[in-house]
Design a protein around this ligand. Structure first.
Ligand code: CP
Length: 304
């Protein structure tokens, strides 16, 4: 694997190798602190980010490498002067050893990887994919539940714009007897390409409107934000507030179930900080932390 632009590129064996490496890095951080010494990673972000950009940058620094960055490339790179993504990538790839890129256009990471002489890592391409998020999501499920097969998971919220749920479906589709329940507002349903992929891989999936009915029945609740910035105002108003985890709905969740979210969360999670900190079912901050170790493992895979 030279570049990582979609989660389908990872097979089961590679996924578990990355998990093992991430566990080892977490336990023996010092052993890894010079492994990428002399390497430079560029972060090229055309859309906002907290977790993905900063965890990649931290990952590179903890591995002994260096980072160059443009955090608002849409405005503060020469894209504003009309430079094409191809030219941008050609130039940056002569300065460094890998590029972590978030772009507003679906397919941009694949396009960049075709022109690049160095690895491109897709940090989110429009409504397309967010494959490193899927790695950390799968890693979190494995750490919390102990398996990646026979998982019953509810994917909740904006399934039309949400690239994290798409990438996660591609990974879950590789393991047997998983069952996926899509819970979304009518106007933000999962697209057919993912449903067809799941059918092809004999993964049971269904759609459900009533979140309360689903909450007591699943191993994982993976809830997502309604992506206001990717839709018309009237679609947002129609969809917002339909599915919320709060103190009332949390009562319906079994003690073994885990609640995940790619973050940032807004009104779809309405819980006091004390509950978020103390309730073992809530793992979305652990999930974000897991991203650091899995991204360190991925950088080693691509650059070592
Ligand atoms: N989960 C995620 O991609 O978060 P950021 O947008 O903050 O990077």
């Amino acid at each position: 694997m030279k570049s990582f632009y979609e989660s389908q590129q990872i097979n089961e064996k590679k996924l578990f190798e990355l998990f093992k490496k991430a566990d080892d890095i977490r336990a023996n951080l010092k052993k890894y602190d010079k492994m990428l010494s002399g390497k430079i990673m560029a972060t090229l972000f055309y859309e906002p980010s907290t977790r993905t950009r900063l965890s990649f940058e931290t990952a590179m620094l903890k591995l002994g490498g260096k980072v160059i960055s443009t955090e608002n490339a849409r405005e503060f790179s020469s894209a504003i002067k009309g430079e094409s993504i191809e030219d941008t990538i050609r130039v940056i790839s002569s300065y460094c050893d890998c590029i972590v890129m978030r772009h507003y256009e679906e397919g941009s990471a694949l396009k960049a990887s075709k022109i690049s002489s160095i690895p491109i890592i897709n940090a989110g391409d429009g409504k397309g994919q967010h494959p490193t998020q899927a790695l950390l999501d799968a890693y979190t499920i494995f750490r919390e539940i102990g398996r990646l097969e026979k998982i019953k998971i509810a994917l909740v919220g904006d399934l039309l714009s949400g690239r994290t749920v798409r990438s996660l479906c591609y990974l879950l589709g590789k393991f047997s007897e998983n069952e996926i329940i899509f819970v979304s507002p009518e106007n933000l349903r999962m697209k057919d390409d993912i449903k067809q992929y799941l059918d092809k891989h004999k993964i049971i999936w269904g759609e459900e409107k009533d979140l309360q009915k689903i909450l007591p029945k699943v191993d994982i609740i993976y809830i997502t934000r309604i992506q206001k910035e990717r839709m018309k105002k009237e679609d947002y108003e129609k969809a917002r507030g339909k599915y919320v985890i709060n103190e009332e709905t949390l009562k319906l969740v079994r003690k073994e179930t885990r609640i995940m979210h790619p973050l940032p969360h807004v009104e779809e999670i309405d819980l006091p900080i004390k509950i978020e900190q103390e309730d073992k079912r809530i793992v979305y901050f652990k999930q974000a932390e897991n991203g650091l170790y899995i991204r360190m493992a991925l950088l080693l895979e691509l650059l070592k």
